[in-house]
Structures are given as structure tokens and as C-alpha cells.
Ligand binder design. Sequence first.
Ligand SMILES: [Ca+2]
Length: 657
Amino acid sequence: MKLHALAIFALVAFSAGLESAFAEESKVEKPNIVVIFIDDMGFADPSCFGNPLIKTPHIDQLAAEGIKLTNFYVNSPICSASRVALTTGQYQGRWKIHSFLNTRAGNANRGMADYLDASAPTTAKKLKAAGYATAHFGKWHMGGGRDVDDAPLPQAYGFDESLVSFEGLGDRIIENNPNAIERGRALGHGKIIPCERWERMQVQTDRTIDFIQRHQNGPFYVRLFPNDVHDAHVPLPGSADKFKSVSDDPYVRDFFAVLEEMDKHIGRVVSTIDELNLGKKTLILFTSDNGPTDWPKKYATGPPAGFTGPYRGRKWSLFEGGIRMPFIARWTGRIPAGIEDTTSVMSAIDVSPTLCRFAGVPVEDDLDGVNRGDVLLGQPSRRSKPVFWQYGHPHAILKGGKPEHQSPTFAMRDGRWKFLVNPDGSEAQLYDLEADEGETSNLLTKDSQRAAAMAAQVVAWANDLGFAFDKNARLTAPVPTIAILASNQLLRFVNHGVKGDTASLELNGKSWLDLPAFRAPKVAGGRSLQIKGIFQSSSSSGVILAHGGHQDGYSVYLDESHLCFVACTNSKRSVVRSSVPITGSTDFEANWNANGEMFLKVNGKLVGKAKAGIIQHEPGDSIQIGADLVQPVGDYKTPNHFSGIIKTLTFKYPNGT
Ligand SMILES: [Ca+2]
């Protein structure tokens, strides 16, 4: 009797299983798919996500006809890396694209590939195999351009048609100036179409519309990846004037004009779909690749353009403003119109498996992303796995232009919890995003057990991806820092007792600033270096700054009132020393160029030079201001503290990364 009941139960369960499998099979609709991926658009740039100053009526209309997700994340706060994750459904670290793709040397220096390996899984390959017509129009930045001429064309990743821009190969639009066109032509592989910056989105949208019209019988998969709204913002001359009443800053007005133009072209794509009566057959996704720009120099004239709403951080940050993006999905009749999901976490790596499931295409087991189709169709759910991020040393040193925007290297989101930490355990931060969306209240010490458990998960993920992480590191909360300008970014030095601020550092003979090695810009291999500042010392000796030791490193220091610039290359020490003693407030500039020559200027005059050669290995340890710790670079004893004032200290790495 018992057996019989079980058998019936099994039979019922089996047929129910069959039924649901059948139902699932019959549900496959092979929708057309349009993916719009804006460049550097902030969470609150579309007015439907909170733009406080201007309207984006076409994006708003799209949102009103579909679903808005407010917990959608890209997998990197920078272009190339974010694009690889979206394209493959895998964390970009698996393909060694951790930051933006640069020149060959720039990629090699950061341990990065020159392009996405053509064997990577892509949505386009899978949809093409299932009968979709496929195309990519717009910014590529997954290989090709600059001096990289051997990257595969978009066709190698499953796209029948493509038109890219300067960061890609194949037919491409190139900025309309002779040098850019010449550089583009030199790479070969495709037709060069000269184009003004303000015309790019028009051209990219025209191609998208043409493709949709030609393939209206479907199914089609088309990606529109505009170069807008990345800076520099160059709108059609005169078109920004209308924003004079909105902003006094011409730079912000230009951004608004570019944003408005972008919005208009989104409207053209959606109208095309509706005019062809394809709304019920077409899934449209709209989002951005990372947060809005955050160059330190922009803060000199006002805040940089682009809005992140309530979120902390911008581009180059793993705080929410760098990675949480406005997301809209529209599929007329399938996605309820005008709804908003404020709880379900979805990530860019989920897009590929989600689209493939809608298209009835098998999804590999080794994708990091998960199918979030139900969420898009209006059924909120918890993501089955946490989302992880890595952005920073040694692959990327670009960080935000405000100290509080700069995040640790690793991050993790699991349900309502966000955890961030550096590979040495420093700057550990735990936030409850439901209670604290601005990431202001660090719960590390209040909920240390949760933090430790999340740290263990980050370590396991880092191991899986091949990132270095000290699993025995003690988690420590952020400590006070002082930011020093280095080329186009702020380097955040840990403050050990220094008074004052970025503009004027007061050192008392015991205090110093320390830039952890994982934040230190690289100098090996002939990267040029320039250090400038003004100092007034209250003693005759002391280190102004030092990086490294007697094997490889450099320092600027006072020795018996003579200013010295020393470099050690492969244990050979070269010293440039001012012949005249230094008194009072003194301007200095220390240069070490790519040919290995050192120059020291005092009060604008060259006081000495030397041929030091080139460092072959990174100094390895931290950069110190006001001391030389661990191993001395110069002929002095550690720590050789400086006492006095150092003003407007800046670093430049003219050909660094
Ligand atoms: Ca970008």
C-alpha cells in the first residue's frame, strides 16, 4: 500500500515535471532583443531616476512602458571591464580585463590582456546559432585601437554586422581630425568614417534603425553602445545655450546638451520598433556601463557633470555610485507597464543568461551570471548568489576625484548587505544598504561576525579569479587620510599624525603620510616621474618623500641643508645634490625621465642632474611623505623624519598607467 502510494506520487510528480518542461518549451518566444548600453551615465542622469535639473523624456517614456530596476549593478566601474562582463556573463577577471584597455605597454604593465579572447562565451554567438540576426553598433572597447591592431573583429564574437569607434576594429567612426584618422588608418581592419563628436550617436542610431528595419521579421539581437555620454562633452555648437538658465557652468551645460541628444536618439530607436509594430515581440534593455566621470581637476570649477542620486562614489569607485546603474526593460504585453522593482539585485553578468533563456538558448554552467528573467517580467526575487567586484591595484589605479569616493579594491553585495575591503584587510566596511543607501555608517565593529563571514566569501572569490588576497589579514576600519594630487588623480595617503591638509602639510618630526603599496602608481620600466612642491624645513635634515629602498627606489631629502634627489636602480645609488644650502620657503621639482636621467630644480633653477638608469622592479613598499621607513633609499638612517611645512606637493607620472 505504502509502495503503491509512493509510486502514484512519483508518477504525478513525473508528469508534473513533464508538463512544466513542456510549458516552459512552449513559452519560448524568441523575442527580438535591443540592448542599449550608455557610456558613463550616472544612476540619476535620466529624469525618471532622479535628474534634478533636466528632463530625458524618451528614456522616461521607455520606463513608463516597462520596468525600472533600482538594484542593477555593472561588474566594474570602468568601460572595458564592464563591457566584458555584460558581453560574456562572466566576471571580467576570468579574461584578464580588469580595467580599461590601453596601449599594449599599458595593458602589459597592469597584467591585462590586449583584448577579449575570441573563445569567450558571448550572447551574440549563442543567439546567432539559434537563428538570430546580430549586430553591434557603437563603442566596443573590448580590444583593438590605440596600438593594438591584432584584436579580433566583433564578428569573432558572434556579430553579423558592426560599426565601432576608435576603441575597436572593423568599420569604425573616428574623430574628425587628421591625426586621429591617420592613427585609425594605420591599424587597418575596416573602413574609417570621420565623424564629429556630436554626430556619433546619430550615426550609431541610424545604423541600429536600419538593421531593425531590415530584420523586422526577426528574430534580431542588436546592441547600441553609444560613446555618449562619456566626456569630453562636445555637443552640436550652440545646442548647449538653452541650458544657460539651468547651470552657470558651461561644462555642465555641454553635458546636458549631450545627454538630451542621447535621449532623443533613444526615442528614435523605440519609435522604430513601435512603428514596425514590434513592441510585443521586442525586449529592450537600457542601462549604462559605469558611473559618471570624476576627474579631480573638475572640482576646481565645480562638481563634475552627471548625477548619482543618493549614492556615494562615481566612476572608478566600488561604492554604489560607480556601479549601481539605472536599468529599464520594456517588452510590451510581457512586462507590466510602469512598474519599479526596488529590491531585486540583478547584475550585468546576469544579462547574458537571462536573454538566452528568453530566446530558448542553452546556457553554459560556467557562467557567473544567473537567469533573472522572472525579475524582468515583474516578479521580484532574491539573487541566488552574492555579486562580487574587484577594481584597483595592480590592474587599475584610476580612482575618483574626491577622497570619499575612493573605494577599497574588493566589494560584495549579498541581499541588503554590502562589504568592501582591500587585499590586506584594510578599509573594511560593512553597510546595510536598506537602512543606509549612501554607505555612510560602517557596521564593521557592530557586526564583526557578518563582516568576517563576508570577507571569507570575498577571499574565496578572489582565489577563484586569481586575485591576490591575504586571507589571514585582520580586518581594519578606514583610517584618516590626506589626498595628494598625482597626475589626474588623488592618491589617498594614510595619515600618521600630520596636521593640515592637501594644500599644506605640517610635519612635526614624528609624523608622516603613507601610501599603501596597493595604491602606489608604478614607476618600473622607464615610467617618468615628476615631484613638485614647496617646503620650509625647521631642521637641516629630513626626508620630504621616499619610495622604496637601497635596491630600487627614490627619495627627496634635506641633508645638512642641501636638497638631494636620490635614486637606486638595481642597488646602484645616484644622488643629485644642490650645492647651495637651502633656506626659507623653497620651491623644488625633481624629475626622473624615461631615459633614466634625473634633474633637480630649486626655485626654478636646475641645480644638478645625474644618469640613474631605469628601475626594473617596482619599489614594492609604500610611499612615505615626511620619512623613509623600513629601508632607506639615501645615505641616511631611517626614519629620518622631516619637520616643517610641505605645500602643494604633487606627483606626475607622465607616461605611467
Ligand atoms: Ca564608461
